[in-house]
Design a protein around this ligand. Sequence first.
Ligand SMILES: NC(=O)c1ccc[n+]([C@@H]2O[C@H](COP(=O)([O-])OP(=O)(O)OC[C@H]3O[C@@H](n4cnc5c(N)ncnc54)[C@H](OP(=O)(O)O)[C@@H]3O)[C@@H](O)[C@H]2O)c1
Length: 226
Amino acid sequence: MGAATERPFVFINMAMTVDGKITSAKREYPRFSSPHDRIRMDRLRASADALMVAAGTVRADNPTFHVRTKEVREETENPVLHRVVVSASGEIPVDSRFFDASHGGDSILVTTQALPDPKLASFEGRAEVWRFGRRNVDLRATLGALRERGVRRLLVEGGGELNWSLLRLDLADELYVTIAPALLGGSDAPTLLGGVGWPMKEQRRLRLLELEREGDELYGRYAIET
Ligand SMILES: NC(=O)c1ccc[n+]([C@@H]2O[C@H](COP(=O)([O-])OP(=O)(O)OC[C@H]3O[C@@H](n4cnc5c(N)ncnc54)[C@H](OP(=O)(O)O)[C@@H]3O)[C@@H](O)[C@H]2O)c1
């Protein structure tokens, strides 16, 4: 990452089955990785200043945004994470865990100029709303604003469409992938990278930085080469 690109260090963490799926075709809550992976995921959360997910993942899974395991909470000095959700539509249920401020940090909804004001009003008192971009969220501007907010390390936890939105613009630095010993199949089941994809000659290359194993599960850490 060049010094001129004033943005946080961006690292993506995803778990997938051996056949590359991040959930089932029915988009059920992903339950295929181990308790060890949960601790590993919490350590990554504890190392970040902010956690970003996309609206699709909030709608499908209603994920938590804090460090959940007791052992990681005990070993970390500052488990407070800013929560960032990216959504063009603003369709985020107001009772989502995303808005839960009981673990500290700010809730930031990043949307576009196109979102109508009445829709914005529903987030008053729940989340700060940032508008970057016209049709899609301008992620470069979003990362710049997060850096200005003091975020040096941003953890992205998907889903596949948000990952694609970032990677196609070369806005991610590292990818952590858990490969769980499971198969899901399904042509419609999402993979860790959605979007339209690159033609073969534009494929992105990765450099393996670490590879660990616990039981039958594998954990890779890759640098994303630009
Ligand atoms: N296994 C894992 O580690 C893991 C991790 C995360 C998620 N998942 C799974 O992934 C599934 C969801 O993934 P997904 O690929 O379908 O969707 P997604 O990436 O979670 O969400 C897509 C939505 O995010 C918003 N979005 C993304 N990029 C945007 C941009 N540049 N500008 C504006 N809005 C943008 C849009 O929201 P609006 O529609 O609101 O405009 C879009 O419809 C869930 O079923 C979840 O279980 C698995």
